[in-house]
Design a protein around this ligand. Structure first.
Ligand SMILES: Nc1ncnc2c1ncn2[C@@H]1O[C@H](COP(=O)(O)OP(=O)(O)OP(=O)(O)O)[C@@H](O)[C@H]1O
Length: 294
């Protein structure tokens, strides 16, 4: 398991990270979310040891992550950084060799990985001639070539079409299923909500929310209810203590003073006529994000 404990880092006297703590569990996809400049890339660089924290510790399996431990981490940096003029196969062989894999084995592994990622036919084409999505797959292959024990990816989904997003998701899921903790940053909240198991939201230099997406959504659900009635819902405006957020014909969105008042409201509505729908509104991740990342 990867653990970040009180990581702080300043640039030119400006504190960007101020005691960041969270963990990434084996076998789980952890989404890392925060607005532009919130410090996601800086945090990832610190995990990989590319950048040193001013204080705090990065631990891998309970021990301070040292050079040796980090050799086994896989990283897809924001700046990507493969050679545009080189073909995917040669790039991966080169990277595998840097990790100490023998020439023949490196070639076999690189070809196998590229096949798995659907790049079998393009592995000898120059990287710059591939589409953005295919280049991104090669970037992930580069992070996976040495069978990493941890995978850290900086915006792996940016610029991908929906089908390639699915392919990328499947790649990350396969890694996670093998017991690898996977941390990825993204600004696509609908996507993060759909695919990640755990979520970490950073703002103002700290972690402002973390947990499973479902936990966060339910924890932050207020006492907001949606009603669809058999007749006009306008009468709800006259119910004492009820805040009516919206009424549109037979539909209404209301906020109760407390969630425990729900049965009372339902009973009142049923006394007045048919109730076709009565449901608590659980916020989407985007709503939670807007609330905590202000
Ligand atoms: N090497 C550096 N020198 C000076 N400032 C830096 C350096 N690296 C990052 N910063 C600053 O730290 C802040 C956090 O940047 P970082 O790239 O970590 O944010 P981010 O959350 O990844 O943003 P984005 O979502 O836009 O990629 C920014 O204000 C950035 O300008």
């Amino acid at each position: 398991m990867l653990e970040l404990d009180g990581i702080s880092r300043s640039f030119d006297g400006r504190r960007v990270l101020d005691g960041i703590s969270f963990s990434v569990e084996p076998g789980r996809l952890t989404g890392f979310v925060g607005s532009n400049g919130a410090g996601k890339t800086t945090t990832m660089r610190i995990i990989l040891g590319v950048l040193a924290p001013d204080s705090g510790a990065v631990r891998w399996k309970g021990q301070t992550a040292d050079r040796e431990a980090r050799r086994h981490f896989g990283y897809m940096p924001e700046e990507r950084g493969l050679y545009p003029k080189m073909n995917p196969l040669d790039q991966l062989v080169f990277l595998a060799r840097l990790h100490g894999v023998g020439a023949a084995e490196a070639r076999r592994k690189a070809a196998e990985l590229l096949e798995q990622l659907g790049l079998g036919e393009r592995m000898k084409d120059k990287l710059e001639s591939l589409s953005l999505g295919n280049q991104q797959r090669v970037q992930v292959a580069a992070a996976l070539i040495h069978d990493p024990v941890l995978l850290v990816l900086d915006e792996p989904f940016s610029g991908l079409d929906p089908i390639t997003v699915d392919t990328m998701t499947a790649i990350l899921r396969t890694s996670a299923a093998g017991g690898v903790p996977v941390l990825f940053s993204s600004h696509q909240l609908d996507l993060v909500e759909r695919i990640c198991d755990d979520l970490v939201i950073v703002a103002g230099g700290g972690v402002v929310a973390r947990g499973t997406v479902s936990e966060l959504r339910h924890e932050r659900a207020g006492a907001r209810f949606r009603l669809v009635l058999g007749e006009d819902a306008g009468w709800l405006r006259d119910v004492p203590g009820l805040e009516v957020l919206d009424v549109d014909g037979r539909q209404a969105l209301v906020e109760l003073p407390d969630v425990s008042h729900d049965q009372q409201l339902l009973a009142t509505a049923m006394q007045r006529g048919a109730v076709h729908e009565f449901s608590r509104v659980i916020p989407a991740l985007a709503d939670i994000y807007r609330e905590v990342a202000k």
